[in-house]
Ligand binder design. Structure first.
Ligand code: GLA
Length: 397
């Protein structure tokens, strides 16, 4: 009897200690974004030409294309939805969005979530109304509409930072602004993912979590070109240690399906973003997708790498000029590996298993061709297309 009571007490003690150790991280991120957020954002394709009708059509297509069932949940309205403030200072959408609450209800009715956009400055990047001086009021309005995600874009807040007097004071001013909105969102009691956008300034990965960020942009804007996509993607080397459940590095939204890259280049885009544990926010017109675009965006094995529950971001293993090998440790003990050829012509690339911490024999699966290649001794070599990738899942035997 005495032993049973003692062991019960020991189990109880273990649970309490575990809860205490997990508590700070959960409190900071509110338990949100346990894996990198997946969804769609209006900016890359529609920019200022976004309205209620278009957003509803994107939500419809998210479901009918199978993207929702593949994990894409957030429908995020970017800049240019903002209208004027009324006499009480309450923000209203402009005429493109007649009823934000009705739109949120529509999106929620499809099993999706709705995101919105603002700036800590007086104006957004497209010169619409920002949240400066109205942070709590705006957070409250978003919560009343039923908003689930906020992208908070520095834009005109740069002026406030310039007035701060010194680089240190400017840095503090920026952190305070993000913390202020984080607290305002928390105060609403509604779980709202907080996405920081300040283009990676002041090494945001070092402090993004401390101001309540669930994700933070690590770079300037992406464009629909192989050169810009890879410039951003491959510059993420060394950042892996700053990402984890609830707080992610964000190398910007996807360009897949927008037409500026070749299919093999979009495959590189998806593979690199999955290895980087990057948020997967499609940036194309979901209502007009080719079957190839849908296949690229919904590949279950690629998404499984991105969304791996361990939440370890991948990093560069080795670069031999434009030939780069990246690897990401996965929850089941296997590794996702990308052999990237940044040349414009095919090249042979070889990975030694010892380079990714595996012993001599390992099982290799080619992810995009969905083929088990069997057990291999020592390493694996493949022909990699120009601007292309061979994405592998390698497990110890
Ligand atoms: C900035 C951001 C973009 C987009 C635009 C909107 O450039 O980095 O992602 O939100 O503003 O104006």
């Amino acid at each position: 009897m005495y032993w049973i009571q003692r062991s019960r007490f020991a189990i109880f003690l273990c649970i309490i200690l575990y809860m205490k150790s997990a508590a700070p991280a959960m409190a900071q991120t509110g338990g949100l974004a346990a894996t990198p957020p997946m969804g769609w954002n209006s900016w890359n394709h529609f920019a200022g030409k976004i309205d209620d009708v278009t957003v509803r059509a994107q939500a419809d297509a998210m479901v009918s294309s199978g993207m929702r069932d593949a994990g894409y949940i957030y429908i995020n309205i970017d800049d240019t939805w903002e209208g004027e403030r009324d006499a009480k200072g309450v923000i209203h959408p402009n005429s493109k969005f007649p009823d934000m609450k009705a739109l949120a209800d529509y999106v929620h009715g499809k099993g999706l979530k709705l995101g919105i956009y603002s700036s800590p400055g007086p104006q957004t990047c497209a010169k619409y109304e920002g949240s400066y001086g109205h942070e709590e009021q705006d957070a409250q309005t978003y919560a009343e509409w039923g908003i689930d995600y906020l992208k908070y874009d520095l834009c005109s807040f740069k002026k406030m930072m310039d007035q701060a007097g010194s680089p240190e004071a400017a840095h503090r001013t920026m952190l305070d602004a993000y913390t202020k909105m984080h607290r305002a969102l928390q105060k609403t009691g509604r779980p709202i993912v907080f996405s920081l956008c300040q283009y990676g300034a002041d090494a945001v990965w070092r402090w993004g979590e401390s101001v309540g960020g669930n994700l933070w942009r690590t770079s300037g804007d992406i464009t629909d070109k192989y050169s810009r996509m890879t410039e951003i993607g491959f510059s993420q080397a060394g950042l892996s240690r700053y990402a984890g459940p609830g707080h992610w590095n964000d190398p910007d939204m996807l360009e897949v399906g927008n037409g500026g890259m070749k299919p093999g280049e979009y495959r590189t885009h998806m593979s690199l973003w999955a290895l980087l544990a990057a948020p997967l926010l499609a940036g194309n017109d979901l209502a007009k997708m080719t079957p190839e675009t849908i296949a690229l965006l919904t590949n279950r094995e690629v998404i499984a790498i991105d969304q791996d529950s361990a939440g370890h971001q991948g990093d560069r293993v080795r670069a031999e000029g434009p030939l780069e090998i990246w690897a990401r440790p996965l929850a089941d003990g296997s590794k996702a590996v990308g052999l990237f050829n940044r040349f414009d012509w095919p090249m042979e690339m070889r990975l030694e298993f010892s380079e990714i911490g595996l012993t001599k024999r390992a099982r290799v699966r080619d992810v995009w061709s969905a083929k088990d290649l069997g057990g291999m001794e020592g390493g694996y070599a493949a022909q990699v297309p120009g601007h292309g990738v061979v994405l592998l899942r390698i497990s110890p035997e």
